[in-house]
Every structure is written in C-alpha cells, then in structure tokens.
Design a binder for this molecule. Structure first.
Ligand code: ADP
Ligand code: MG
Length: 214
C-alpha cells in the first residue's frame, strides 16, 4: 500500500512525496485509516517501524481538512517522553508542514521558558513537547487546550516510567475529552500503569499490535 492509496489531502501527499516517501509501513497501514476516521488508537510496534508518520499523517490531514474548534487554542498536542524524542518528532512535523499554513512549536524542558511562552502567544496549531514543560505552560496560562482536537502520546510507557503520570492527568483534564481524538503509542500495552492511562484518556480505542499480529 502507498500513501496515495489513502484518502489524504493533496497538500499532504505532495509533502510526503517531497520527503521521498511512497510505500506505507505495516503500522502506518493499520493505524492511519483509523486515525483518519477520528478513532482513538492504542498501538504498539517495534522501534523503527514508522510510528511518527502513523500519527502525524492523521493529525496533519485533520488540521488541513477540518475547521478549527478554536482560533486561539492548540489544535494538536504531541507528547514524547524525552527532549530528544520530542525534537525528532518536531523535526518530522516541521518538514511535513513546511509548505502549509500550519505552525508547529517545540516545548521541552532545558530550553528558554520565556521564549517558549512567546512562541505560544503566536498560537501554533501543533505543539510538540514533553509533558512536564507543557504542564508548566498550561499552569501559567501560556497554552490553552480547550479546543484541542488531537492528542498523541508517543512512547506512553516510557513517559510513565519517567514519572509523567501527574503531568499527563493534568493535560488530560485541560483538554476536553469528548471533542478530542487521542492516539497512544506504547511498546507495552498490558502493564497496570499503561492500562490506567488508557482507561483514563482513551475512548473505546482501536487496538493495534503489529508484533503479535505478524
Ligand atoms: P518509530 O517511531 O516506530 O521508532 P520512526 O517514525 O522514527 O519509527 O521511523 C523510523 C525511520 O523510518 C525514520 O527514519 C523514518 O523516516 C523512516 N520511515 C517512516 N515511514 C516510512 C515510510 N513509509 N517509508 C520509508 N521510510 C519511512
Ligand atoms: Mg518513535
């Protein structure tokens, strides 16, 4: 299957083709159609299998094709466990959206807080970051999630191992559960910790487990 076989906005297809991406990976083939339909997702597949685009494609497609719920609030929030992982996701999101009128901002610990607050005042539609620093900006009212349409938890099990449970609960309760689509990726999806977050944050998710299906 190729990206062109999916019902994607032309601007997104152009961006993918510029990135020289044509064939989808297994996780992308399984996750993207559900993601495009607005379903909540709980997915697991091994490192290097292409999870970043499995969530970025549905995120960007939605932002391009649907009217924003709010002009001021972030439309998509993507959380990663570490600064480095957030930076990697941000870099793919930047490349994917560079020819589109969508702004992305990276919000991670260890970088200038005031610069981040300033960047958030420009109302980026896509925010990528780590849960702790995002939570700080929420508390300071630099970031508003009332109109959030998509929430992605990348490597959710690692976020929990690193102690981000409280920050995740805080983010969850700031972003209306009924209006938003949540996609969660995790190497393990059967631990008690992951299960707790799944129950709290996902609505009857589609479950995808590539390694076991194969
Ligand atoms: P994961 O998050 O599952 O570890 P990544 O999303 O980081 O995987 O992708 C791993 C590598 O595969 C990256 O270098 C990415 O550019 C590449 N990749 C992802 N999707 C495709 C695709 N459809 N075709 C070719 N390469 C891809
Ligand atoms: Mg990844």
């Amino acid at each position: 299957m190729q990206f062109t076989d999916l019902a994607l906005d032309n601007r997104l297809l152009t961006a993918l083709s510029t990135m020289q991406l044509s064939d989808v990976t297994d996780i992308q083939q399984q996750a993207i159609p559900h993601g495009l339909m607005g379903k909540d997702l709980l997915a697991s597949s091994k490192t290097g299998s292409g999870k970043t685009l499995a969530f970025l494609v549905p995120v960007v497609n939605r932002l391009l094709t649907q009217k924003a719920l709010s002009k001021r609030d972030a439309r998509a929030l993507i959380l990663a466990p570490t600064r480095e992982l957030a930076k990697q996701v941000f870099s793919v999101a930047k490349t994917l959206t560079q020819k589109m009128s969508l702004q992305c901002t990276l919000i991670v610990g260890g970088e200038n807080y005031n610069d981040q607050a300033k960047a958030l005042r420009r109302n980026p539609q896509i925010v990528v970051g780590t849960a702790g620093r995002i939570s700080d900006h929420l508390a300071a009212r630099h970031l508003f999630l009332n109109g959030l349409e998509l929430l992605v938890l990348d490597e959710a099990d690692r976020m929990l191992e690193l102690g981000f449970e409280k920050a995740l609960e805080n983010i969850h309760s700031s972003a209306d559960h009924r209006k938003r689509q949540t996609m969660m990726f995790s190497a393990t999806i059967d631990s008690a910790e992951v299960n707790y977050v799944t129950q709290l944050m996902l609505k009857t998710p589609v479950k995808i487990n590539i390694d076991k299906v194969a």
